[in-house]
Design a protein around this ligand. Structure first.
Ligand code: MG
Length: 380
């Protein structure tokens, strides 16, 4: 990246203006992969972009119409690879923090992009936190190695693409009329994820049930406070065709969560309670399973390890996402045949996607044969 542009992007005031600028790293995104790994250098470029949500998105704790992201590209030997960092406000990262982090990254010191353990250990060691910033590099690097050998990532990992799960579509908290309208709009999905914890939980579920009888996943986003009331509600939800409940109590209420999991007729899944691989070992007996998201896990490489560790602990695994373009959602989808449940609808909640990739066909995550993370740029 030219220093002038780097300085331009460093300026917080330039962020909104920069959303319309093209990325500078790739001269062409459609070149053929080189036959051999050469002596090229990986060139990283990035820019902020703002996702426009189709509906105001309300969960327990916040409400918003946009999500800030940073899009990355790595160009190597004429091949262009894509990555993305998504920063919903409650996770503490921002376009400014991601760009500050990416400005510290020197990928050109690495000659072989396949040395992902070395490269990502270097990235992880640059600073603590910055999980979404690290994820956008991890995603682009995985896209790159797939493109260099002209294979989808699922093939490199030995994953059967036919084993993808259904994905849920998320219904945020709203009035009964809007919930009914959103549920009707979501009729092509075979599973819905309903956000609860806003004080009108039974009305939300009853409204959805007045439209459809598809299975429901429930996400409370820490919105319930009392374990006994939570258990009563879980029993009621169990009778309404709900399959599991995600993060019912505050993440700090560990003893209450363990009690609820022990008594619950439904699996209790952790989301806000953890971020990365090292957090999971303490969850045995506290939660029934975990919701992995690339923006928490620092990307695909650690997410893959998390699935392995969770399985070793006999825990359920869900793959989720933030509001993201098809870039990060398609990346996560590459691992989805390994999980029990998927909530990979982030790209479907926005109106200004820049890529096409994973498709939802008859409600099922459907992987294509494109190399890497399986996306194609449709708009600059
Ligand atoms: Mg959640």
């Amino acid at each position: 990246m030219k220093s002038g542009r780097r300085n331009f992007l460093k300026s917080a005031g330039a962020l909104s203006l920069a959303t319309t600028l093209p990325l500078s790293g790739c001269s062409s995104s459609e070149k053929q992969a080189p036959a051999l790994i050469g002596n090229g250098r990986m060139k990283l470029s990035f820019r902020p972009y703002e996702l426009q949500l189709n509906h105001t998105f309300t969960v327990a704790g916040n409400s918003r119409n946009t999500t800030p992201v940073v899009l990355t590209e790595i160009e190597y030997e004429g091949v262009c690879a894509y990555g993305e960092a998504s920063m919903p406000p409650y996770l503490g990262e921002s376009q400014e923090s991601v760009i500050k982090f990416l400005n510290k990254v020197d990928l050109e010191q690495f000659r072989d992009p396949f040395m992902l353990d070395d490269i990502l250990a270097y990235v992880d060691g640059l600073d603590e936190g910055n999980r979404a910033a690290k994820a956008c590099l991890d995603i682009a690097l995985h896209d790159l190695i797939g493109k260099l050998v002209d294979q989808p990532l699922y093939r490199l990992w030995g994953i059967n693409p036919d084993n993808t799960p259904m994905t849920s579509f998320t219904i945020g908290m709203d009035t009964a009329d809007v919930v009914r309208e959103k549920t009707i709009e979501a009729e092509r999905f075979k599973v819905l994820k309903v956000k609860l914890g806003g004080g009108n939980d039974r009305e939300m579920i009853n409204t959805v049930r007045s439209v459809t009888d598809v299975p429901i996943y429930v996400d409370v986003n820490q919105g319930w406070k009392d374990k006994h009331e939570a258990l009563d509600m879980v029993h009621w939800l169990n009778e309404q065709g709900v399959e599991f409940v995600e993060q019912p109590l505050p993440k700090t209420a560990i003893d209450d969560m363990a009690w609820l999991t022990e008594h619950s007729p439904l699996p209790i899944i952790a989301d806000e309670a953890f971020q990365r691989l090292a957090d999971i070992s303490a969850f045995k007996g506290v939660y029934s399973g975990i919701n992995i998201k690339l923006m928490k896990s620092t990307g695909l490489r650690e997410a893959h390890k998390m699935i392995t560790v969770a399985r070793a602990l006999d825990m359920k695994v869900m793959m989720g996402c933030m509001t993201e373009t098809s870039c990060a959602v398609s990346a996560a989808s590459q691992l989805s045949p390994l999980v029990d449940w998927a909530d990979l609808d982030g790209n479907l909640l926005i109106g200004n996607d820049l890529y096409e990739g994973m498709l939802v066909v008859d409600g099922k995550v459907t992987l294509n044969k494109l190399p890497g993370i399986g996306i194609r740029k449709i708009q600059s």
